[in-house]
Design a protein around this ligand. Sequence first.
Ligand code: NAD
Length: 493
Amino acid sequence: MAAVERVSADHPPFRTEAFIDGAFVPAASGRTFSAVNPATGHAIAEVAACDAEDVDRAVKAARRAFEDRRWAGQRPLERKRALLRFAELIRTHRDELALTETLNMGKPISDARAIDVRAAADCFAYYGECCDKIYGEVAPTTDDNLALVLREPLGIVGCVTPWNFPMIMAAWKVAPALAMGNSVVLKPAEESPLTALRLAELAAEAGIPDGVFNVVPGLGVEAGKALGLHMDVDAIAFTGSTEVGRYFLRYSAESNIKRVALELGGKTAFVVAHDVKDLGAVAEAVAGGIFFNQGEMCTAASRLLVDNRIRAELVERVAALAPRWMPGDPLDPDAPAGAVVSREHQGRILSAIQAGGASGARLVTGGTAVRTETGGAFVAPTVFDDVAPSSALAQNEIFGPVLSVIGFDGLDEAVEIANGTIYGLGASVWSADLAAAHKVARRFKAGIVYVNCFDADDITTPFGGVKQSGFGRDKSLHALEKYSDLKTVWTRL
Ligand code: NAD
């Protein structure tokens, strides 16, 4: 077992065991894995390494809770109250949760506090409010029939989440699933399992009954796979890489044809027309779009497509902003960026940078590890110009602070390049000609499009992709469709 770093005297101990049927329990095998602080490289906790046996235990608990209707059978008003209490408890524990998130995955503490905790709480409150506002339908049949269309929970929902926004990704799935009356088994990413475990405890404190919200930390190939293959899981809601998304489709086909919803990778094109009025504002949006959260964003603005007439000036402006996004100590409230999630991930980012340089792209700024003396995993904000649209730099999701600049001549070429990857998650277009911008917006093959802005966000809007960025939507009322089914009930009058 790795030595565990002491965090701080006033930080409550991390929850490290699986949360099954309302109680913390060790993995049946007794095995653990280390949760590592990526800013120091030190282990901060030893976490239960759940495998198929633990997943089965959690699914059985979730099934019991579902079948005895202890949650789904409550008055919707009561479920709403519990979810609103849960949201309030998240807010009450804001500092603790933010610190845990930062220590476990390296993001700046001010972002964890202002964005991650707030968005997770708001998400539970939003879906809590939905509980008593969802209606079925009466179908327009002949007078001698009554045909009801009921909206029912699916049963057991397995949620499998990534490490870049651990609490938010969990909330986007668990909240609508619970609002519809399902029971949930959550498998957080092995890099960042700690906040999910604390959330489950707070949910219990808020009155969500035992067995309704279970958390099984563990490796993807063990706990994640077991959940995907389980014969009694009704649906999987997955966010992560396209590669692992494919596994979940296979798991479903090889087991019980469970429903699968996939929020996968992206390679957002940020298209800038020659007529933009405020190049400074565009440069700020590009830099924030790629360097925020260390570039570990599915919608990161990783490809800057810019009209060749203004390309040199925009590249210069973005490069000049890069130092403002230089990572610092994630615990420093003024740090604009923190550590990337692990040394392994840092290695992958640096390899992509090296291959980019070798492919003929021109390194404008960054390209190296920084703060190496800390033992942590930090990468300098990096900009490449002259990137070939078909190169690995422009095609592969790097999931780090690496911007690829590609020139174009005219918006037709821009749209072709923008749509020329396997992904279809985010896209952005900037132009003084709003009609031209909206025509481009319609031609983008993407689930989320920004016109003259970037990364606007609200829980009321659907979030998700097309093509190999997956299918199904998180957020908004549309997300509820993923966690419910329609049942038609005929009565002959
Ligand atoms: P990942 O695909 O490696 O892991 C995601 C989850 O799947 C983790 O919980 C992991 O343990 C599990 N997993 C891994 N291998 C598995 C297997 N063989 N069987 C079952 N489960 C397995 O992704 P990541 O590295 O944690 O996150 C980064 C990825 O997430 C990026 O591709 C990013 O674009 C994507 N992402 C997408 C969205 C979106 O909404 N579209 C949001 C955030 C992140």
